[in-house]
Design a protein around this ligand. Structure first.
Ligand SMILES: NC(=O)c1ccc[n+]([C@@H]2O[C@H](COP(=O)([O-])OP(=O)(O)OC[C@H]3O[C@@H](n4cnc5c(N)ncnc54)[C@H](O)[C@@H]3O)[C@@H](O)[C@H]2O)c1
Length: 340
């Protein structure tokens, strides 16, 4: 491929920024078309890229010679649009949440397999600077021993009043934030999820979906993950990791490792000091984007489309995530622990 003939389907907040930005800068891509039902959005793209505008993606797929479509529409639209683009013989990148449930995700995976085209799930937090540094500390350096509990929390005080507050459009914080904060602890610990307990709750947002969720996941290796999005709060640590030899606390870009060695009592009937050695404390500021550098991700997308490298986010792992998000919802709806 000399140049990747690309279209953006859904030139809204995210399509016109997170995706159009790196496409504009990366010479491997040429944005030849845009599709949006909003005429103003199309005009903005045409003025910026000189691309052809469409308000109907079926017509775009018929008329436009394309190698790659980037789907950044509402979440309820992703599955059908993805399947239609793949079936038209075009590679697809689909933003998060790539599907509103695992059944849809499975359909997309099957369509990709039968089409022979690439299906690239957008899970940018897998490139996050926090996850990268935690991997070094936890996996490579074993800085706090064996990690047995990871809490991942995201909070805000903001309310919203758009389609993200409506279930029929695939709204709700589980689908919106789960791909960032449920996925990354699982990726860090590298062990499949065995069972899930979840809670969803609507508090201050309008609409009919949750603006708070919590998932307690038991991984196959025995570790626990508590992933939580909460609203009307600001100050909780974003990561809190406990290992057999210490803790790591991350608050935004501030990271602190507190490593220690538990005491080994020679007489088990006596309680002795909890620490055998003084703490080793490391404090640092994370650099780089916590939700991934979109320019770097698009370099890797270009390499995958040109057959030079594998895209690191496999459809199988995104499908697994969809199953976990479904399990959190089912657990909350049915008030029970769900096996994954
Ligand atoms: N960090 C991230 O990865 C990130 C950030 C924000 C949003 N997102 C995801 O991106 C998606 C879009 O979110 P947004 O905030 O940009 O929404 P948005 O409403 O701003 O954009 C959606 C666009 O799709 C267009 N659209 C709707 N129906 C269409 C159709 N049938 N054909 C063509 N265009 C159509 C709308 O007119 C709009 O311009 C969501 O799934 C969201 O979860 C991801």
């Amino acid at each position: 491929m000399d140049v990747i003939r690309t279209a953006i389907l859904g030139y809204g907040r995210s399509g016109s920024t997170l995706h159009a930005g790196p496409i504009e800068k990366n010479k491997a891509f040429h944005l030849t078309a845009v599709c949006d039902v909003d005429a103003h959005a199309c005009q903005m793209a045409v003025a910026r890229f000189g691309c052809r505008p469409y308000d109907d993606y079926h017509r775009m797929l018929k008329e436009e010679p394309l190698d790659f479509v980037i789907i950044v529409t509402r979440s309820d639209q992703h599955c059908q649009m993805t399947c239609d683009c793949l079936s038209a013989g075009i590679n697809v990148l689909v933003t998060k949440p790539w599907a509103v449930n695992a059944d849809e995700a499975q359909r997309m995976v099957r369509t990709a397999e039968s089409s022979g085209k690439l299906l690239l799930p957008w899970l940018p937090a897998r490139w996050g600077s926090d996850l990268r540094r935690l991997r070094q500390l936890v996996v490579e350096e074993q800085a706090i021993g064996t990690v047995f509990l990871v809490r991942r929390v995201q909070g805000s005080f903001g309310t919203r009043n758009d389609w993200q507050t409506e279930r029929r459009y695939g709204g709700g914080y589980l689908l919106n934030w789960g791909p960032h904060i449920v996925d990354t602890p699982i990726q860090l610990l590298g062990s499949p999820v065995k069972s899930v307990y979840g809670r969803l709750k609507q508090t201050i947002n309008p609409g009919d979906v949750e603006d708070i969720f919590m998932g307690i996941l038991t991984l196959t290796n025995g570790a626990l993950v508590q992933a939580e999005y909460t609203i009307a709060t600001e100050s909780l640590p974003t990561w809190f990791l406990q290992g057999t030899r210490g803790t790591i606390v991350v608050n935004g870009t501030q990271l602190k490792v507190n490593a220690t060695t538990p005491a080994q009592p020679s007489d088990p009937t006596k309680y002795i000091a909890m620490k055998a050695a003084p703490d080793r404390i490391l404090e640092e500021t994370l650099t780089g984007n916590l939700y991934g550098d979109e320019h770097q991700i698009y370099k890797e997308i270009a390499a995958a489309l040109c057959g030079e490298a594998h895209y690191p986010v496999t459809p199988a792992s995104a499908l697994e995530l969809s199953r976990v998000l479904d399990a959190i919802r089912t657990s909350s709806d049915e008030n029970r622990v769900v096996m994954v």
